[in-house]
Design a protein around this ligand. Structure first.
Ligand code: SF4
Length: 373
């Protein structure tokens, strides 16, 4: 089980007493009209993958032998990332999340976070990590102004953790969860990809992590982005409805209450007296497309207007060809003007363009790290 560190009440001085509310909004310079699409959605949240490399080899994400990662120069440079953030902040983006691959593998991640947090218009910077290297950078990231941390963890059992990730390190991840709480990060979430026959039996032990910890444990539907991996058989898919049913029936005698969460956390609960919350994310079911507010930028610098879209808009090439900020704004507007109503339409359009079956879409990706998870 988790380290007992929460009960040790370690003090981290200034961090521990900081307010849980979002930092004061610093207004953007030269604001522009918001980024919207033809379906009336406004996009105010960007997820930027800063690296493709990862120090794990999760079965649902990457083949055992790894994948051929892009050359370093093919990945967005620090100044390019910050320029994109600056432009997006002028268009109304307030939340920035750094993903990967594993973002803490990138040596300048603390610098990127610090400079992003100071960008006019940016309200909150978040990071998604697998938790292996997080303890090394946690204090610096907190000082740099990181607001939220999502820690990915699919099993609380060492042998199962190793079979899913093909690496050891469960203790480090558990340490990361405790450390994130101790350091007072205002948002600490644990992301669990729930797979039938793999880790479904850990649903309740994961929920129980919220008993004493002010964290949100989020169960994410397994998605078909593992080109050569385990999605094919279909046997591991557990639907959001199924997971909700199991949670509701287990906690029914405990007065489980629906509560509020972010836009994608459609099903969110709290057991009375528990410090944290539990959420189920219908990632594959795609029932939340009407609320979509995210922009994705891949590590190699493409804009993606939907997780299920196959059409990249080549932002890095544009920037490296000397584009002005207006050109960058125009590319984002074009990408979102062409966004489909939902993930199903996006996938259908991609299959028509590629002249392949809808079910074959996503197979061209060797790993989820290529789209930033
Ligand atoms: S499937 Fe596409 S449209 Fe739907 S929520 Fe995800 S990114 Fe947005």
């Amino acid at each position: 089980m988790l380290n007992n560190s929460l009960n040790q009440k370690k003090s981290y001085g200034a961090f521990a007493s900081e307010s849980k509310s979002a930092p004061q909004e610093n207004l953007p310079l030269n604001p522009l009209p918001p980024l919207q699409d033809r379906h009336g959605r406004t996009f105010d949240y960007v997820r930027i993958a800063v690296i493709e490399q990862c120090n794990l080899r999760c079965t649902y994400c990457m083949p055992e032998e790894g994948v051929k990662f892009k050359e370093k120069d093919m990945v967005l440079r620090t100044d390019e990332i910050l320029r994109v953030v600056e432009v997006l902040a002028r268009m109304g983006v307030r939340k920035v999340r750094y993903t990967g691959g594993e973002p803490t593998v990138r040596p300048d991640i603390v610098d990127i976070v610090a400079r992003t947090a100071k960008t006019p218009g940016v309200k909150a910077v978040h990071l998604t990590t697998n938790g292996l290297l997080f303890p090394k950078y946690a204090r610096d990231l907190r000082e740099a102004g990181l607001f939220g941390v999502n820690i990915s963890l699919d099993s609380l059992q060492a042998d199962k953790f190793e079979s899913i990730t093909r690496r050891s390190g469960l203790e480090k991840v558990l340490e990361s969860i405790d450390l994130a709480v101790e350091l007072g990060f205002p948002r600490v979430k644990v992301n669990v990809v729930l797979m039938r026959g793999f880790n479904e039996d850990e649903l309740i032990p994961f929920c129980e992590l919220t008993k004493d910890r002010p964290i949100t444990v989020r169960f994410i539907e397994f998605m078909p982005f593992d080109a050569h991996q385990i999605w094919e058989s279909g046997e591991h898919f557990a639907s959001a409805a199924d997971l909700c049913g199991q949670i509701e029936s287990f906690y029914q005698g405990h007065g489980l209450q629906p509560t509020s969460g972010t836009r994608t956390e459609h099903h969110i609960y709290q057991v009375p007296g528990y410090a944290g919350k539990v959420a189920v994310i219908p990632a594959f079911t795609r029932s939340l497309c009407g609320n979509c507010s995210r922009i994705r930028v891949t590590a190699d610098g493409s804009i993606m207007n939907c997780l299920y879209s196959e059409e990249p808009y080549l932002l890095k090439d544009l920037i490296r060809n000397g584009a002005s900020d207006d050109d960058v704004v125009a590319l984002f507007r074009k990408a979102f003007d062409e966004k489909h109503k939902d993930g199903f339409e996006a996938k259908k359009a991609a299959s028509v363009a590629a002249k392949i079956n809808v079910s074959d879409i996503s197979r061209s990706r060797a790993s989820m790290t290529q789209i930033g998870g």
